[in-house]
Design a protein around this ligand. Structure first.
Ligand SMILES: Nc1ncnc2c1ncn2[C@@H]1O[C@H](COP(=O)(O)OP(=O)(O)OP(=O)(O)O)[C@@H](O)[C@H]1O
Length: 261
């Protein structure tokens, strides 16, 4: 420690990357889904991960959040080695994520879903207490509804919503645990052209200090919402570039225009 109480060996929290994936691999039997993947994402950065079907994007997400721990390499979250931690412990470090398929309770309303998301992230989540009018979790669920622009349909059941509205609620659910790192897995999949701008705006309006990793096939959704693009193919990172240069990259052109997709 220095005179001023600073530990010279300890990096300033703002310079610690949100994520370091160091030579990560994940195999499923004989299938090597990702191999030798190294990615560093700064705190507050917005990163898009693109790539054709089967490139390993979702597997990379799963190794980061712990659903499928890596079979090789190392994952660091906010400076902490989480390679062997279970998903629950990693979530507590501040990861929120959405999945390609919806995990919403379709028979419940928008607000009820968000409320359950908030309660699920609380330490007393197993309490069977009924929500009262001044319930803090209910108030937070309402704030989340505003943030993801579904506040006008709070009382609608999920099964009555459009695909785009469900996606918005899913983002709200992922935000319920106040994540430092938000991971969205193809949030625009299945959305109509009319629904996409709303989602782009919602993502663009997320707090700037929230680190975002976005898997997306649709460049119109991914590029306006990221600082850096990582392109994967056959389980490997093949390009890392800025959004303005990605479309001109010959490797990316070969993947997307040359029949690789
Ligand atoms: N649980 C699993 N068991 C066996 N193989 C898997 C499993 N999950 C992924 N794979 C395989 O790993 C490879 C990468 O799949 P992954 O879903 O990560 O790709 P992706 O880039 O997310 O594709 P998509 O865009 O279609 O979602 C594929 O060959 C896939 O079949």
């Amino acid at each position: 420690m220095t005179q001023h109480g600073e530990d010279p060996g300890r990096a300033d929290a703002s310079t610690v990357p949100a994520l370091v994936a160091d030579r990560v691999e994940r195999s499923f039997g004989a299938v090597m889904a990702i191999k030798d993947v190294s990615i560093t994402i700064a705190a507050g950065e917005r990163r898009a991960i693109l790539g054709p079907n089967g490139a390993g994007k979702t597997t990379l997400f799963n190794t980061i959040c712990g659903d499928y721990p890596p079979t090789g390499g190392r994952i660091m979250l906010f400076g902490e080695d989480v390679t062997t931690l279970n998903p629950h412990r990693r979530a507590r470090l501040g990861i929120g994520r959405t999945y390609q398929s919806s995990l919403l309770f379709t028979g419940l309303t928008v607000l009820e879903n968000l409320y359950l998301g908030v309660r699920g992230a609380m330490p007393n989540r197993l309490s069977l207490r009924k929500a009262g009018r001044d319930d803090a979790a209910l108030a937070k669920a309402r704030r989340l509804a505003e943030q993801v622009r579904v506040d006008r349909i709070c009382d609608a059941r999920i099964d009555s919503l459009s695909h785009g509205q469900r996606r918005q609620v899913e983002v709200g659910m992922a935000l319920a645990c106040d994540p430092r790192l938000l991971m969205l897995d193809e949030p625009a999949a299945g959305l109509s052209a009319a629904e996409r701008p709303e989602l782009v705006k919602l993502i663009g309006d997320l707090p700037r200090d929230l680190t975002l990793i976005l898997i997306e096939h649709d460049m119109d959704v991914a590029l306006p919402n990221c600082d850096i693009v990582t392109v994967m193919k056959d389980g490997e990172v093949v390009v890392e570039s800025t959004p303005d240069r990605i479309a001109d990259d010959p490797v990316v052109q070969a993947i997307y225009l040359g029949g690789g997709h």
